[in-house]
Write a protein that binds this ligand. Structure first.
Ligand SMILES: Cc1cc2nc3c(=O)[nH]c(=O)nc-3n(C[C@H](O)[C@H](O)[C@H](O)COP(=O)(O)O)c2cc1C
Length: 448
């Protein structure tokens, strides 16, 4: 298992999953452009050795494809099963006395932008943004910790703006504001890939994601106490910013080019940073929005958590998959017992998660991971006037520009399953299985 970010980077390099860029590039648009180009052309992680104005390298596209996520998780089975098995056995973190993240402590008159190479990603972005930073806080009611990736705009030497739209942090902050108190936060950048991945999983209420990260790793995550706030952070993180989000203060944050591929501006909370701690030779971790990385990071846990919830109510559901082509679309595979089943499942999943904007229900003979087959089912087993369900006025994603000002949206479901009594009419063509596997074996070594 990888103990920190540099450990994982070394592994990616050995496995041919990383490109080293030696040319000098700037933090303003150039490195983000290179991250996007490398992602589109080779799908690799990208390590920028020479960052203009800094002696700190930048890593991007870290978990940009499922293969690298499998490596990070050391998953030997299918990712959904691996995730479900491991998160069923959470492991509490351990708190160490000291760790590399404390090697350098900046307590007075620092400037965030001089301390780390924060990138400006898209043309109309308001300025530099932390995009792979994990914000950590505690529930003021229970003391249980929570974390998530939140976009963070650098607004001054020690001032930032933050989008707090998702739980658990959005809930914690509401409770702090009700008490009129600031919310202490620690913002960590650069950590082992399992903790990074776990920071955005769709965790059950009241569960600390560090416990789930421990379960996924098979061993306790090592933390250290912060210097100025009552929080714990990964002991081997590259950077940590400690500070407070101010209650009842809002300021313009954005525009920022979001993962949905549009610029979004909000009136958002602001935080003041009191201390920065970092390793002696830190690596700065960034994420390029509107590449595939968000869907890799969030897709696996969403699939698994959606499936876990759906199967409790509908045991006839076999698999769930978030479409990599459309992050708001969930595909559900069902071994239906009645022709009404898919419609009940559609109703349920569209309400289950604000981000499930559309749902497609397919039979077990359709390959859920193959977009061609899902489209085939829609063309051949679906009638628009009979098999569509539209639901209105449901909570949607805050980064969907088509939702209304409350972030409410209409949603759509497609029942692409064949009627139970007419299986033959809808039978999918196939080659005899024994012939298929024999021919595959013969041809596997061939190349054009
Ligand atoms: C790349 C990326 C960026 C994100 N940016 C934000 C953000 O700016 N604000 C926010 O509230 N949530 C953001 N999220 C979502 C949260 O980090 C995360 O999904 C959430 O904490 C999951 O919590 P839940 O289990 O309660 O849904 C982002 C997620 C990813 C993968």
């Amino acid at each position: 298992m990888f103990s920190d970010l540099r450990d994982f980077i070394g592994h990616l390099e050995e496995e041919g999953e990383l490109i080293r860029v030696k040319e000098r590039l700037s933090t303003c648009h150039e490195i983000p452009a290179a991250m996007k180009f490398i992602d589109q052309k080779w799908g690799s992680a990208a390590f920028f050795e020479d960052v203009q104005g800094y002696d700190i390298p930048v890593i991007g596209n870290l978990l940009g494809n499922r293969k690298r996520l499998e490596m990070a998780l050391s998953a030997e089975t299918d990712l959904t099963n691996h995730y479900l098995n491991r998160t069923n056995h959470p492991i509490k973190p351990v708190i160490l006395d000291n760790g590399p993240v404390k090697e350098v402590i900046l307590g007075m008159s620092f400037d965030i932008l001089k301390s780390m190479p924060v990138l400006t990603h898209h043309e109309k972005d308001a300025g530099p943004y932390l995009t792979a930073a994990v914000t950590m806080a505690k529930d003021p009611n229970t003391g249980v910790g929570g974390m998530g990736i939140h976009r963070i705009q650098i607004k001054g030497p020690n001032r930032v703006g933050i989008l707090l739209a998702s739980p658990p942090l959005s809930h914690f902050f509401k409770r702090f504001e009700e008490r009129g108190k600031p919310m202490e936060v620690a913002i960590a950048i650069g950590m082992d890939p399992i903790t990074f991945f776990s920071s955005v999983i769709w965790a059950p209420k009241g569960v600390d994601k560090f416990d789930l990260a421990g379960g996924l790793k098979g061993e306790a995550i090592e933390l250290v106490k912060c210097e100025s706030v009552d929080l714990e952070v990964p002991a081997r993180a590259d950077f940590v910013l400690e500070g407070r989000i101010l209650p009842h203060k809002r300021a313009k944050e954005g525009p920022f080019g979001e993962s949905t591929g549009v610029y979004l501006t909000y009136e958002n909370p602001i935080a003041e940073i009191d201390i920065i701690t970092h390793r002696k030779s830190p690596i700065y971790h960034a994420l390029m929005p509107f590449t595939g990385e968000e869907s890799v990071l969030m897709g696996v846990s969403w699939e698994a958590e959606n499936l876990r919830a759906i199967q409790k109510k509908f045991p006839q559901v076999v698999k769930a998959h978030i479409s990599p082509l459309d992050f708001g679309k969930i595909i559900v595979q069902i071994d239906k017992k009645s022709d009404e089943d898919p419609k009940h499942v559609i109703d349920y999943v569209l309400e289950l998660n604000p981000r499930n904007k559309s749902a497609v229900i397919i039979d077990t003979d359709v390959d859920i991971y193959n977009p061609k087959e899902v489209t085939w089912a829609l063309s051949n087993r679906f009638q628009p006037d009979r098999d569509v369900i539209i639901r209105r006025d449901l909570p949607g994603s805050v980064i969907d520009p088509s939702a209304d000002e409350r972030h409410y949206t209409s949603k759509i479901g497609f029942d692409a399953t064949r009627p139970l009594g007419k299986k033959e009419k809808f039978e999918k063509v196939r080659i005899p299985e024994n012939v298929w596997s024999r021919v595959r074996k013969i041809l596997e070594g061939y190349a054009p």
